[in-house]
Design a protein around this ligand. Structure first.
Ligand SMILES: Cc1ncc(COP(=O)(O)O)c(C=O)c1O
Length: 471
């Protein structure tokens, strides 16, 4: 058995100790401190060594077991597995970057719903894209047919009037955010919703920006909490990620007004704006403030992130800076995926796909709400997109539910993963319902109801002492 590795746990942090411990052990496997085949201390020994409760060590081991980093049998011990490929050293893996063990049904947010994709239409679009001859020269703004298709898509599905010349192809939203902040002065401060999309937070930090977390209330990003000295504000007005509400009309107007007054760029991440199941969407920020807003769209939710295709519509001054940088650095989004999207749009297959997708996701959403209600809880969020929020009492309950579901073969995502520094004390599940097949989802929802009932009925909900804990 290996000695207890040096592990730093921050008791003042909002991140639950069990999550910190799982992260630290994962990092130790990645940097070679722990090696495949190493036997870990028992949950009891580790708890004593770290001066934490055994609940904490059990939950951390359960999480790592579910992710496939460790394996073991009760009584025989817990071992580091050899099949795990190390991630970047010293980086806390966000949950959406950790592939679940193949047996886990994935109820985390972020994945598209591939089950309703018409494979014949998909093949036709790739064939049509391949029929185009190769280009002699790169086009930094993107494929002309794609830009025209996106202009049509924005008008039809998002009510945004943009000429093809206003549209730039991107490799997706995170890539686009990186590009945009690279043309801001180095070290610029950027306000970001908290809770919010941590991949964008990562992209901003990577580009040398200072991230300013801003709370979110029922109307959206709390404008009064945005300091005047930021260069840009990133937000998800159509469907706040991960809380799932839309920004009110009044807040949208106020944001655009203040952006004009203070000289901010507003980055409008419209990641799943096409997926709304009730009322018509509110006007886009891009429509209210075309002079200050960069509207960002992506195919990651409506088709697949592997297509690597997105778009932006930016005020002309910013668009010119982006194009100048692309030309200077040789950076240009790949064209193949753009042509596939243009072909899907031209054939009408994209519109048909979106209709099917909306029908499917609205039905799934209802099933999730019923499953959560059966446990006496309420799944929150607008009728939109592919995720719902289930508030829980605190980080310990959140960790316990995630660990208990993982032990039953279901991967869940805690709200804690989406919180930055200074977030109000919030805990819950960010439940994604797009990734599994419909039948698989139904089976996973049965597990979810049971797990939520179990942890709620338990007088000591976070304590898996004894039965079920690996040691
Ligand atoms: C809030 C949010 N924005 C954007 C995206 C898509 O980003 P990208 O286009 O970089 O795949 C996602 C996907 O998970 C998301 O959750």
């Amino acid at each position: 058995m290996v000695d207890v590795p040096p592990l730093l746990l921050d008791r003042a942090s909002r991140t639950p100790l069990s999550v910190q411990l799982a992260d630290a052990l994962r990092a130790a496997t990645a940097d070679g401190t722990l090696r495949p085949g190493d036997r870990l201390p028992s949950t009891r020994e580790l708890a004593v060594a770290l001066r934490v409760s055994r609940t904490v060590t059990s939950a951390a081991y359960d999480q790592l077991l579910a992710e496939g980093w460790v394996g073991g049998r009760r009584g025989a011990g817990t071992f580091v597995l050899s099949a795990v490929s190390p991630g970047p050293v010293g980086v806390t893996p966000a949950v959406d970057r950790v592939a679940p063990a193949s047996a886990l049904v994935d109820l985390r947010a972020g994945s598209p719903c591939l089950e309703v994709l018409d494979r014949a239409a998909w093949r036709r679009a790739w064939r049509a894209a391949g029929d185009e001859p190769p280009d002699r020269l790169p086009e930094p703004a993107g494929d002309p047919g794609f830009r025209a298709a996106v202009a049509g898509h924005l008008l039809r599905h998002r009510g945004l009037v943009a000429a093809p010349a206003d549209v730039l192809a991107t490799s997706g939203t995170s890539a686009a955010v990186t590009e945009i902040v690279r043309v801001l002065p180095p070290g610029s401060r950027v306000a970001v919703e908290n809770p919010g999309y941590q991949r964008v937070v990562g992209a901003l930090r990577d580009a040398g920006c200072v991230v300013v977390p801003v709370p979110v209330d029922d109307d959206g990003l709390v404008l009064d909490a945005v300091p005047a000295d930021v260069a840009a504000v990133y937000c998800t007005p159509a469907h706040q990620y991960p809380l799932g509400r839309r920004m009110s009309a009044a807040r949208r107007l106020a944001l655009v007004t203040r952006a004009r007054a203070e000289g901010w760029w507003v980055l409008e991440d419209d990641y799943d704006g096409e997926l709304r199941y009730d009322v018509a969407p509110l006007p886009l920020l891009g429509a209210l403030g075309p002079d200050v807003v960069v509207h960002l769209g992506t195919t990651s939710k409506i088709l697949s992130p592997t297509l690597g295709v997105g778009w932006l519509v930016a005020p002309p001054a910013l668009r010119d800076l982006l194009l100048e940088r692309r030309t200077r650095t040789g950076m240009r989004p790949p064209r193949a995926g753009q042509r596939v999207l243009a072909a899907l749009a031209a054939s009408g297959d994209l519109a048909r796909h979106l209709r099917r997708l909306r029908r499917e996701l609205a039905g799934r959403r209802q099933e999730v709400r019923v499953a959560v209600a059966a446990a006496g809880l309420v799944a929150e969020g607008d009728p939109a997109g592919a995720h719902l929020l289930v508030p829980l009492t605190g980080p310990e309950e959140e960790a316990a539910v995630v660990a208990a579901a993982a032990a039953e073969g279901v991967a869940l995502d805690g709200l804690g993963r989406h919180l930055g520094a200074g977030a109000a004390d919030r805990a819950g599940l960010v439940l994604g319902f797009a990734a599994p097949g419909r039948e698989e989802l139904r089976r996973a929802l049965v597990v979810l109801t049971e797990v939520l009932r179990g942890t709620r009925n338990d007088s000591d909900p976070a304590s898996p002492e004894g039965d079920g804990a690996l040691s």
